[in-house]
Design a protein around this ligand. Sequence first.
Ligand SMILES: [Zn+2]
Ligand SMILES: [Zn+2]
Length: 131
Amino acid sequence: MPKLDLDKLARPAAKSGPVGRQQTTTTTFKRRPEVVAWVIEYALQKNQGKCELCKRKSFTTLKGEPYLEVHHVIPLSENGPDEISNAVALCPACHREAHFGKDKEELKQQLYARIKRREEQLLEAGGERNP
Ligand SMILES: [Zn+2]
Ligand SMILES: [Zn+2]
């Protein structure tokens, strides 16, 4: 990758000016809040609020809970189901990596294994597959 010239970049960056605003429109998939709630609660109760990928705790929120984000292993945009069997709780760093990292396919395989095990646990516990 070609290196950028820092001095060249610094000139316009060093200028101060008013902060502009821009309006954006984003299209997002509607996610079922009960799936998000279950996945987060599961991580808090069964994994001490740790990320399901790196197994570390992220920062603590104002509410005093470990911060986690819900990620769909098979993306909703690829018709992945919005179910607990397709959702994991990740720290923000792992979540970004799962979307933009060069090893995202490898991470996906690790997460597949993870949700498969959890699904087996749920079935053993007599839980419903599709709540
Ligand atoms: Zn993580
Ligand atoms: Zn995600």
